[in-house]
Design a protein around this ligand. Structure first.
Ligand code: BGP
Length: 465
């Protein structure tokens, strides 16, 4: 079956500053917490590759943008690194400023629209040492950083985002404890989540001020990007499974959708958290701050669904509440390299939820992709990686997007992650996502994978088949 995507549908790719730039100590860049982690324990990273190198994008941006244009990409999302743009006193770093002017101008020259995100899990180290997202000082510092970014680049960028995946920071750093600083404390995680919500709202406030003061393009927009993996529970759920679903959805999804559409957080979720002893750092003046969190549109990152069930135990050994346990769906199709379930219909389900519950909200797919290990073993005699699985993965997701649009979803585009292989947080270069290979053995040279030809066809015709 053939599907037609809208003519004005964005087709592009996503990447981030910390995963691509490299040059970590050049041009006055100060350390971010990824460097802190790499310095602490480089053995934590696959192949002993830390955050230092990215994928050499800084030196190759012209070549990379030309390559992306050649495969039909019209837009690319990346992030400004806070640690490159501002110095330790919060002043603009002129070399950082120059770097981003150069990046935006290079993309423009080849006809690629840049979407800019302000925070991709990359807090400056000195701010982390002052409490990170558990501290109000850092929330204020973020607002200051956002203001400088808007005032400096407002005339160059149309599409702005305050955060990428604000739910992941509390999850990976403070709940699962998989990322530095490896904390496992549900209460602290929710405090971090609450403070990031305030920072987001203050960021939007700064954007609106900058726009009113004439710093921004007239038709610019501000948004938030989050992973909106829809939660599912068992087929015949118990009351307790449904309660686990309400809280997982409440904390992971509804929290952010309410914030960006109504300027408030879901009271039933806050009430349940507080009744279970979760200490949120709420102040009376916060309501007015959160009210400014309403955005113009949204980015939805989608890799896999969340499958949960009632928790075996309501609290962990430290008395910290637990609202849900993972559930393995017996029919799940897996991407074995990453350990993530592949479930393209999840995007349709998210689209219908937004259509029905937040009907005014426009959005786009801001990340979706498949990371696979040992792609070097999949090369043909010409050295081209034969990644038919990637074509299959993207095609099926695009089909569900097209069906959602037919059914009334206001989905405005698709960005693939990561369009060029890049450095990843915990996997380094183990799993490769790109349509474009980065050959680490050959000076980080770029080479199109087999899938790139297919992608170009879709991106230029907007016909999925
Ligand atoms: C998203 C992040 C990206 C990227 C991607 C793939 O959550 O926004 O930065 O890392 O996931 O995940 P991973 O690199 O862990 O395989």
């Amino acid at each position: 079956m053939q599907y037609q995507l809208p003519k004005d549908f964005f087709f592009g790719g996503a990447m981030s500053g910390p995963q691509t730039e490299g040059r970590w100590q050049d041009d006055g860049r100060i350390p971010s917490i990824w460097d802190t982690w790499s310095n602490l324990d480089i053995t934590a990273f696959h192949n002993r590759v830390g955050s230092y190198g990215g994928n050499d994008f800084s030196s190759r941006m012209e070549e990379d943008f030309e390559l992306l244009k050649s495969i039909g990409m019209d837009s690319v999302r990346t992030s400004i690194q806070w640690s490159r743009l501002l110095d330790i006193d919060g002043n603009l770093n002129p070399e950082g400023e120059r770097y981003y002017h150069q990046l935006f101008a290079t993309a423009k020259k080849v006809g690629i629209e840049i979407f800019v995100n302000l925070y991709h899990f990359d807090m400056p180290e000195y701010l982390f040492n002052r409490g990170g997202w558990e501290s109000r000082e850092v929330v204020e510092a973020y607002a200051h950083y956002a203001r400088i970014a808007f005032e400096t680049f407002g005339k160059e960028i149309r599409y702005w985002f305050t955060f990428n995946e604000p739910i992941v920071e509390p999850e990976m750093r403070y709940t699962v404890g998989g990322w530095f600083p490896f904390v496992k404390n549900y209460s602290r995680a929710r405090a971090v989540q609450y403070n990031i919500s305030l920072a987001h709202a203050l960021g939007v406030r700064e954007y609106r001020r900058a726009k009113a003061a004439g710093f921004m393009l007239e038709d610019s927009r501000i948004g938030l990007i989050n992973c909106f993996a829809p939660p599912y529970t068992k087929d015949n759920p118990s009351e307790a499974d449904l309660e686990a679903l309400r809280m997982t959805d409440g904390v992971n999804i509804r929290w952010w959708l309410d914030l960006v559409t109504k300027g408030e957080l879901p009271q039933d979720v806050i009430d349940t958290l507080q009744s279970r002893g979760v200490d949120l750092p709420i102040r009376p003046e916060d309501k007015l701050i959160l009210a400014d969190g309403v955005v113009d549109w949204l980015g939805c990152n989608y890799y896999h669904p969340e499958r949960i069930q009632a928790p075996a135990k309501d609290t962990d050994e430290n008395g910290i509440p637990n609202f849900a346990d993972p559930y393995v769906w017996p029919e799940a199709e897996m991407n074995v390299s990453r350990g993530w379930e592949i479930y393209p219909q999840g995007l349709y389900d998210f689209a219908m939820k937004v259509r029905d519950e937040y009907p005014e909200l426009e959005w786009f797919v801001s990340e979706n992709g498949m990371g696979v290990e040992r792609e070097d073993l999949k090369k043909d005699e010409n050295g081209v990686i034969q990644d038919d699985y990637r074509v299959d993965f993207v095609r099926r997701h695009l089909e569900w997007i097209a069906r959602a649009i037919q059914d009334g979803a206001k989905c405005r585009g698709y960005h693939y992650w990561a369009i060029i292989d890049n450095w990843s947080w915990a996997n380094a270069f183990k799993n490769r996502y790109g349509f474009i290979e980065v050959d680490l053995e050959d000076n980080y040279n770029r080479r199109l994978k087999k899938s790139a030809k297919w992608l170009k066809q879709i991106a230029t015709t907007h016909i999925v088949d």
